[in-house]
Design a protein around this ligand. Structure first.
Ligand SMILES: *Cc1c(COP(=O)(O)O)cnc(C)c1O
Length: 377
């Protein structure tokens, strides 16, 4: 058995960086709203959402899960039908697993998330990649999907929109037209878009749209959403023969507690915030230019159209070669300036997000980099 002192540590966990300026791509879209913070305690107990469940999570009337899932989510996603998942990866897997057989081909962009590749391994499908353009923009041309689909018979097309490293936005509507022309179902992975920017499944000619609650919808996690066209309901949401109320693909139930409560409590704010996406893009572009004026290089599309970006920072790497802390000096210097979210140890290339920071805070971030460069000159 563990030592008493070690056990006690578990009861007094704290999170030291919670109130700092946060630029960590994973975290900026999931900072809870005040409403979500309140329901966090209200629904903290396990299975707390299930008081009035009659066998199906998505049919619970109080709290209004049914209305949320059957009315609000489909409208928000531009879908006919929506359901709840544990996260973006689960949505991708559910669709892949129910639409393909082992050995089938799934066509995917060259900037796909690792979880898409792992989903393919689990489902036994072969990923065929539409390559990116390589350094420095790493863009994926929508027409590349047509080339691949001409050569390979595919069961599913998946587009990462945007990808999680460069924040590049492929012409998703064009990919949808191409997929529709060859009659292959099309899934848009919106882990970094649904809840940040307007995304409408049908306007992209997509069959599926996946979102992540704990990445972009101001929710605790794991939680996610999956929108689809009507015709896929009987495939992806098919029921168990043994337990007629339960769906097979999600093993009968999904986010049955506090994660769903926070997803719902933040939803009005999320619906509202996507209408301010232009302001987010302006902030991101301002930040990219300011970082480049310090001598860093933004990789990915320029001008940039998303808050996720990555910078090449050779001057910061060069410093790491001659200081005692090696690469760790950078995150310590930033932390001491009230800025959180750089990966400890990393100095060569920095992945950042401008979504949660105000313009003033972004100025502070740029000033921090400048003062670090000067300090170690
Ligand atoms: C973060 C991310 C995921 C995984 O999201 P989860 O909700 O944690 O499963 C999947 N795809 C992309 C593109 C991502 O950026």
């Amino acid at each position: 058995m563990a030592k008493q002192a070690d056990l006690e540590k578990l009861t007094t966990l704290t999170r030291p960086h919670r109130d700092m300026i946060n630029v960590m791509p994973l975290q900026t879209g999931s900072i809870l709203t005040e409403a979500a913070r309140r329901v966090l305690v209200e629904f903290g107990d396990g299975y707390s959402i299930c008081d009035f469940c009659q066998g199906r999570l998505v049919d619970i009337a109080n709290p209004p899960v049914r209305q949320f899932v059957n009315e609000m989510l489909p409208e928000f996603l531009g879908a006919d039908v929506a359901t709840l998942t544990y996260g973006a990866r689960d949505g991708v897997f559910m669709v892949m697993h129910s639409l393909t057989k082992p050995g089938d081909v799934v066509v995917v962009d060259g900037n796909r998330h690792y979880s898409t590749a792992v989903a393919a391994e689990r489902a036994g499908t072969e990923l065929v990649v539409v390559p990116n353009s390589g350094y420095p923009e790493y863009t994926v041309d929508a027409e590349g999907f047509a080339d691949v689909l001409r050569e390979r018979r595919a069961s599913l097309v998946i587009l990462t929109y945007p990808d999680g490293r460069f924040g590049n936005l492929v012409d998703a509507e064009r990919v949808g037209e191409i997929a529709q022309t060859v009659g292959v179902p099309y899934l848009v992975n919106g882990a970094y878009s649904v809840g940040r920017m307007p995304v409408h499944m049908k306007e992209l000619s997509a069959d599926f749209l996946v979102g992540s609650g704990h990445k972009s919808m101001a929710s605790a996690g794991p939680s996610g959403v999956l929108g689809m066209r009507d015709k896929w309901q009987e495939v992806v949401l098919r029921r168990s023969a043994l337990h007629k109320t339960k769906e097979i693909e999600c093993l009968g139930c999904t986010v049955r507690g506090v994660t769903l409560a926070t997803l719902m409590a933040s939803f009005p704010t999320v619906v509202e915030r996507v209408t301010h996406w232009e302001e987010q893009v302006s902030k991101a572009q301002w930040f990219s230019e300011a970082m480049e004026s310090l001598g860093f290089t933004q990789l990915g599309e320029k001008p940039h159209r998303h808050d996720i970006m990555v910078f090449e920072t050779p001057a910061l790497f060069e410093i790491s070669q001659r200081v005692r802390e090696r690469g760790f000096y950078l995150y310590k210097e930033m932390e001491s300036r009230g800025i959180w979210g750089l990966k400890p140890g990393q100095t060569k290339a920095l992945e950042m997000s401008t979504f949660a920071a105000t313009q003033e805070q972004l100025t502070q971030v740029v000033d921090a980099f400048q003062s670090i460069l000067e300090k170690y000159r």
